[in-house]
Write a protein that binds this ligand. Structure first.
Ligand code: 8IG
Length: 263
């Protein structure tokens, strides 16, 4: 098997070569419900399919993006926006799940913004929630060998404070990553709640671990698109999920735009 760190180095070289830049400063990974809010962020530098870069593959889920956009932020930083991600449930293993994060680090990024769409245990659908900490319930890790990475502050309190400068009403939560692709049973959601979780999803935690290994400062923001299984009295309707996402758009847009002036 290819060394995943070397592969990320190759992808970073390809990225720099393709766009004629010597580094990126930050990366933003878009989860479900975040694509629209990221439109028009910064001054465009260029865009390519992620699959054009070494180690990335085309998205498997309809509606998940698969592009890399480079933009200049208002504060003069070069930002890479990954419009999609690889999930653990795709069955390709953990290395492809964190390849984008490692590529961003290899290309020089020092800041990573991870977004996702998720289920809410203690947060209402439509709410953007700052991830304060996480519980990795996947049974997997991107780290191999004796890499005893400190995870005391996976999500940077400095970056959370910056996000709250933009939107003081932001809630904070604890994100539980499940393997997926099935959504949780109500009993699994109760377990997540008992152990301190307030959000349930299928991404982000493994990426955040790889990011901390690479020395990146991480901001995580979830968009609650549905009540987690068994939490709401009504069964979830697709229309409600779509509606919650739509209602949240102006807030997500304002949040990302405000961050783009500060990062
Ligand atoms: I959107 O309720 C979205 N993604 N695990 N549970 C999990 N992932 C999700 C959910 C959810 N909603």
């Amino acid at each position: 098997m290819d060394d995943p760190y070397a592969l990320a180095g190759d992808a970073a070289d390809a990225l720099r070569g393709r766009f004629g830049i010597d580094r990126i400063d930050l990366a933003l990974v878009l989860g479900s419900g975040w694509a629209q809010a990221s439109q028009g962020l910064g001054e465009p530098i260029g865009e390519c399919p992620l699959a054009d870069l070494p180690g990335f593959s085309a998205p498997v889920v309809a509606g998940h993006g698969g592009a890399l956009r480079l933009v200049l932020t208002a504060s003069g930083s070069v930002a890479a926006i990954l419009t999609g991600r690889t999930h653990l449930y795709e069955g390709r293993g953990v290395a492809p799940v964190v390849h984008g994060v490692r590529t961003a680090a290899a290309a020089g990024a020092s800041t990573l913004v991870l977004t996702n769409g998720c289920g809410g245990i203690a947060h209402a659908p439509g709410a953007p929630v700052l991830i304060a900490d996480q519980i990795n319930l996947t049974g997997a890790t991107p780290l191999v060998g004796p890499r005893f990475i400190d995870l005391t502050e996976v999500y940077s309190s400095r970056l959370r404070a910056l996000a709250k400068d933009v939107d003081p009403s932001l809630e904070e939560g604890i994100y539980c990553q499940f393997h997926g692709p099935a959504y949780e049973t109500p009993a699994e959601v109760q377990m997540a709640k008992v152990i301190g979780g307030t959000l349930v999803g299928m991404s982000t935690a493994l990426e955040a671990i790889a990011a901390r290994e690479a020395g990146l400062e991480v901001l995580g923001i979830s968009l609650v698109t549905n009540a987690a299984a068994g939490i709401a009295s009504e069964p979830l309707s697709h229309a409600e999920v779509v509606e919650a996402g739509l209602v949240a758009q102006p807030r997500l847009r304002g949040l990302l735009a405000g961050l783009w002036e500060r990062l």
